[in-house]
Design a binder for this molecule. Structure first.
Ligand code: OOG
Ligand code: MG
Length: 263
């Protein structure tokens, strides 16, 4: 059930999207709209998506967020969320990310699943996800909450497309049956220094659970995950703030590295 009307949804979508496009922060929207519901929050996110598509941007994937205890504890939020990825969020492996286009970016070590069959919830489980997965590959997300000092609640962050901003996919792809996804180790380095360590099981006990949860959350809106979708599963470790000039390399056990530089 929603408590906001169509006009309020559209206004809030414009407000949050402008903050993204102009790289300025705003206060969390639940301060002004304390009665807004989760449905309102997703309506705002889907309206931002509609605005981008109407402008000619392509949607190139989906992401889950707040799927690890490290992230939930870091952000003080206790349930995962999802967002979409637009074409211009994508940065080539080893590429440059323009810091001035962002507000206060943080880097996250993630994995991405690419599907070869549709996943339609409810009731999707890890087995369904593994059967529908074409391959898994390393990905780094650069999140950039539009909220001042990254201070938000779950409804506000959902409306803000779950802080989506940029991502880098790279390394090597592998079939899920050739990977030990729970034990898959990741090491994040910033400027050559190790800053975070983790393993796949940090994400909801098994990386594939995150994709299952996405399918089941989308089903609540009558949506599904089509074949050929690129899905980031959420940060395995806490997110790390970066400044202009910083470079990052994330090493993935058996899957190579993903790197980039903030300029
Ligand atoms: C929300 C997005 C979190 C992740 O991987 O956990 C996220 C945030 O922390 O700003 O992308
Ligand atoms: Mg993320």
């Amino acid at each position: 059930m929603g408590n906001l009307n169509k006009q309020q949804i559209e206004n809030l979508a414009e407000h949050l999207e402008n903050a993204e496009l102009q790289a300025h922060d705003v206060t969390k929207i639940t301060d002004e709209f304390p009665d807004m519901t989760y449905e309102d929050a997703f309506d705002i996110q889907w309206e931002i998506r509609r605005r981008k598509e109407a402008r000619g941007n392509k949607i190139v994937g989906m992401k889950m967020g707040l799927t690890s205890w490290a992230k939930m504890a870091q952000m003080g939020v206790e349930h995962p969320c999802y967002g979409f990825l637009a074409d211009y969020f994508s940065i080539p492996d080893g590429g440059e990310i323009k810091h001035d286009e962002l507000i206060h970016p943080k880097v996250e070590a993630e994995l991405a699943f690419v599907t070869k069959a549709p996943l339609q919830g409810p009731g999707i489980h890890i087995g369904d996800v593994l059967r529908a997965t074409d391959f898994v590959m390393p990905a780094v997300e650069i999140i950039d909450s539009r909220y001042r000092d990254f201070k938000f609640d779950l409804k506000s962050v959902i409306a803000d497309n779950s802080s989506s901003s940029r991502f880098v996919a790279g390394g090597n792809m592998a079939k899920p049956e050739d990977l030990d996804l729970k034990n898959l180790g990741v090491v994040m380095e910033i400027n050559g220094e190790v800053v975070q360590l983790g393993a796949g099981a940090a994400v909801l006990g098994h990386p594939a659970s995150s994709v299952a949860m996405l399918a089941n959350m989308l089903a609540e809106r009558g949506e599904h995950i089509p074949a050929g979708t690129f899905i980031m599963i959420g940060a395995i470790t806490a997110a790390v703030s970066v400044k202009k000039g910083d470079n990052f390399t994330v090493r993935y056990q058996g899957l190579g590295t993903v790197s980039g530089k903030f300029v």
